[in-house]
Design a protein around this ligand. Sequence first.
Ligand code: F6P
Length: 319
Amino acid sequence: MKRIAVLTSGGDAPGMNAAVRAVVRYGIYHGIQVYGVKRGFKGLMEGDLHEMTISSVGDIIHRGGTILRSARCPEFIEEEGQLKAINVLEVFKIDGLVIIGGDGSFMGAKALSDKGFPAIGVPGTIDNDLAYTDFTIGFDTALNTALDAISKLRDTTSSHERVTLIEVMGRNCGDIALYSGLAGGAEAILIPEVKYDIDEICKKLISSNNRGKTQSIILVAEGVGTAAEIGDIIHEKTGLETRSTTLGHIQRGGSPTAKDRLLASQMGAMAVKILMEGKSSRVVGIRKNEIFDMEIHEALDMKNEFDTEMYELAQILSI
Ligand code: F6P
């Protein structure tokens, strides 16, 4: 393994920079030349590759976003795009590619591997929606951003005796809502994994209001619907005053937490290590606090196991 490349793809996530830094420095330390690809698969197809040095990844471990830039690239779903990328990789004499991104990016990693090009996936997405790994890079930072927002919104919710609905990201995965809802003491958490009953929620709000509890926070995962719409229904059914806040892309930014920086550093290094061992078609993950790698098809075929216990606990603690 003489020369490798690294790219970030799909929605950015805090900690991607720390992962890029780990790939570059771990590679250079082991005598490998490392290239950075700009703007994900799009830049790869266009040959936008640049050699990285130890100093080109200096002063980035604490920064959100990605210095390599990122893009969503529908052209890469087509075989033509994939072959174009492989041509570029061959021209630059790249022996292996590290792809940092979410499930869409991993489909790209799988396609390259299937065509015989050594590719390794590192999970970088705030959504935490990859079943094979307990955590993805960026999730913890997004969770803390959401938690900070919950605390601030609770202040004003309590002053005005309202019901505040907070919509968080996650696509079809409710983890940001569930974890931040439990940590933030939310009165209800609506996530795509569990069917909710709006009348039950309204009943709970009315009875807690009658008990003298004058403020409530409801977490809404974007996969369920919009906080604004659900807030309107709650207002109509209960007469309680509601407000809604959509956190949006603020969840994708900010300095990564210690947990995300550690995860990114370990996973980035592991990706290079397994390329050096001659492995291909693998993804890196963390399970029970241990970094591991597994076959990419197997990883992508896994179905998300919903954390029922955590959900039930959130229900119990929000009585
Ligand atoms: O996958 C990360 C994510 O932030 C999702 O939570 C969200 O649904 C989506 O990306 C938003 O994508 P975009 O930045 O392209 O609007």
